[in-house]
Ligand binder design. Structure first.
Ligand code: GTP
Ligand code: MG
Length: 205
């Protein structure tokens, strides 16, 4: 898919203030610092579109980006950052829960997981709640440039084994690197495929 145009629209804490729910929406979620904002920049080819930081907790709101005037990408704040106060964690939970359950055009949730780690409880718990709530998602393993391809594959496989303990059907998975563009074509092709399935016109490559 060609990205002709990627435009920041708005940051909101409330779902009812988000842009009109009239286009397919793809949202990025995962632990703080896992690389959500960087991945949005990599996919769109616009370096400074979503704000990134080496310090966790950079993204605090629901950020909407309009792509080719045809679909939305959404950058969400991360979870699992140890230094966040209990109040902030509760607030995050409320905002995200409300978003996930009430944003009617949410088409697919991308859950980002750091490809360097063995399965982490905080990620597994989050996936568990998505399953319980019936929210469809795919998994993106990030930062693949940080280790060898075989090491990444080992980690992805151990994740899949762990998930298979509780899930009958495993979600679709992608491996990406915002640094060397690994996975860009695959993730964009997936979005295009889903857009076509739901009858949304998208620009072809
Ligand atoms: P929050 O908004 O705080 O939840 O973080 P985030 O998930 O949006 O992470 P962000 O994109 O801000 O990236 C966090 C740090 O990881 C930054 O220093 C990025 O440069 C780095 N980073 C992100 N993706 C990659 C990647 O694929 N490879 C490498 N090497 N570094 C990455
Ligand atoms: Mg971010």
């Amino acid at each position: 898919m060609i990205i002709r145009e990627a435009k920041f629209l708005a940051s909101n804490s409330r779902v009812d203030q988000c842009p009109p729910a009239t286009l397919p929406e793809y949202a990025f979620i995962g632990r703080s610092n896992v690389g959500k904002s960087s991945l949005i920049n990599m996919l769109t080819g616009h370096k400074g579109l979503a704000k990134t930081s080496s310090l966790p907790g950079k993204t605090q709101l629901i950020n909407h980006f309009l792509i080719n005037g045809q679909w939305y990408l959404v950058d969400l704040p991360g979870y699992g950052y140890a230094k966040v106060s209990k109040d902030s964690r509760v607030q995050w939970g409320r905002m995200i829960n409300f978003y996930l359950h009430n944003r009617e055009n949410l088409t697919c949730l991308f859950v980002l997981i750091d490809s360097r780690h063995a399965p982490l409880a905080v990620d597994l718990e989050f996936l568990e709640t998505l399953g319980k709530d019936g929210i469809p998602f795919v998994i993106i393993f990030t930062k693949a440039d940080k280790q060898s391809g075989s090491r990444t594959q080992q980690n992805v496989n151990s994740y899949r084994l762990k998930l298979a303990e509780t899930w009958d059907e495993l979600p679709r998975t992608f491996v990406t690197s915002a640094t060397d563009q690994t996975g860009r074509d695959e993730v964009l092709a997936f979005i295009q495929e889903v857009n076509q399935q739901i009858g949304q016109k998208t620009d072809n490559a």
